[in-house]
Write a protein that binds this ligand. Structure first.
Ligand code: ADP
Ligand code: MG
Length: 344
């Protein structure tokens, strides 16, 4: 089984705790994305798995073998890192062949393998070029070809798409996903871009300040985040405090939001902008302060008391309510509560 089991990884740099305590099981063939803001420890986790950074403690197994004490080149892991560029003086083919030559694969087999993986990344006839003769996107394809040429049980990708412009990033993202699916290669991908993580990954690991905040499928994390951090990092959301009274959840402006799941206390709801409904009404509690046309969607900013909310509607017929319009708010029937321990 080419799965990866990471247990209790920790890394400090002087007083900085880069990674506090990281544990994760990636199943064979699974695509997992580490998602979090800059500086949260993503790259440090990847470098420890690759063997470039020595962990303070923790265990790493790939395909059932403990690897944390092995030299990087003995770990047999495919890497595409931002900082792990192509060799500029070598042709594309020699770059891709590099790992195979290091492993003493016979020349005839190397040529066949290089041709095979270059074809997989649509660069079959670019083998004799130098990296500088390729576009950024093509160079990243070569880096990917180089990583998969050794047929590693585990592929690590650290922000491989970040230096590309938006259109190309999306194209390469789709190609990457298709290739990963086809090869069934167990993959850990790092990004700070939530839409990239959601588009690519079977499961997303949300990180903050050196720790895992939450792990789940993109859908689960988007629809039912347990924490405010996840709710706000995966797109936009409205956090609404609600007081429980007589079995009902009451908004600060007095509106009954629904039946309360627990007896008493203050709860926090996360309501996505697309789930918040607005209707114009003279005695509405909300006031539209701003309306923005986003192409596929219209976004309204609404204030209610001291809360500032965001509502989005989509489609050709989406109503546009000008600033100054008074509105009533409507909420979905299946309201989503944040876990109490992480309430703001
Ligand atoms: N070699 C290093 N020396 C000192 N501090 C480091 C080093 N590498 C990373 N850090 C610190 O560790 C934290 C996590 O960094 P990193 O893993 O690169 O985060 P990310 O990839 O999520 O942006 C940051 O505070 C960073 O400044
Ligand atoms: Mg990084």
């Amino acid at each position: 089984m080419a799965d990866a089991v990471i247990t209790g990884l920790r890394k400090t740099f002087g007083p900085t705790v880069a990674v506090a305590d990281f544990s994760l099981h990636v199943a064979e063939g699974e695509f997992v994305a580490l998602l979090g803001p800059s500086g949260c420890g993503k790259t440090t986790v990847m470098r420890m798995i690759a063997g470039i950074t020595q962990p303070d403690r923790g265990e790493i197994s790939v395909a059932g073998q403990r690897i944390e004490t092995l030299m990087p080149e003995r770990r047999n892991i495919g890497l595409v890192f931002q900082s792990y560029a192509l060799f500029p003086h070598m042709t594309v083919a020699r770059n891709v062949a590099f790992g195979l030559r290091m492993r003493g694969v016979p020349a005839g087999q190397i040529a066949a393998k290089v041709a095979e993986v270059l074809a997989m990344v649509d660069l079959a006839d670019h083998g004799e070029r130098l990296p500088r003769e390729l576009s950024g996107g093509q160079q990243q394809r070569v880096a990917l070809a180089r990583a998969i040429a050794i047929e590693p049980p585990l592929l690590l990708l650290d922000e491989p798409l970040s230096n590309l412009d938006a259109k190309l990033r999306e194209q390469l993202r789709d190609d990457l996903k298709a290739l990963q699916r086809r090869l069934g290669i167990t993959t850990i991908h790092v990004t700070h871009d939530q839409s990239e993580a959601m588009a690519l990954a079977d499961r997303v690991v949300v990180m903050n300040a050196g720790a895992i905040v939450e792990i789940g499928t993109p859908r689960r994390l988007y629809q039912t985040p347990q924490t405010r951090f996840t709710a706000e990092f995966l797109g936009h959301t409205n956090i609404i405090p609600a007081q429980v009274q007589a079995g009902l959840m009451i908004a600060p402006w007095g509106q009954v939001l629904g039946a309360a799941p627990s007896a008493t206390g203050l709860l926090h709801l996360s309501v996505r902008p697309e789930d918040l409904g607005l209707s114009p009404s003279e005695d509405g509690v909300g006031l539209v302060t701003e309306v923005t046309f986003l192409g596929a969607e219209v976004e309204h900013r609404v204030t209610v008391g001291n809360l500032r909310l965001r509502a989005r509607s989509s489609g050709q017929g989406a109503a546009v309510l000008p600033a100054g319009t008074k509105v009533t708010l409507s909420f979905p029937a299946d309201l989503h509560l944040l876990a109490k321990s992480t309430a703001p």
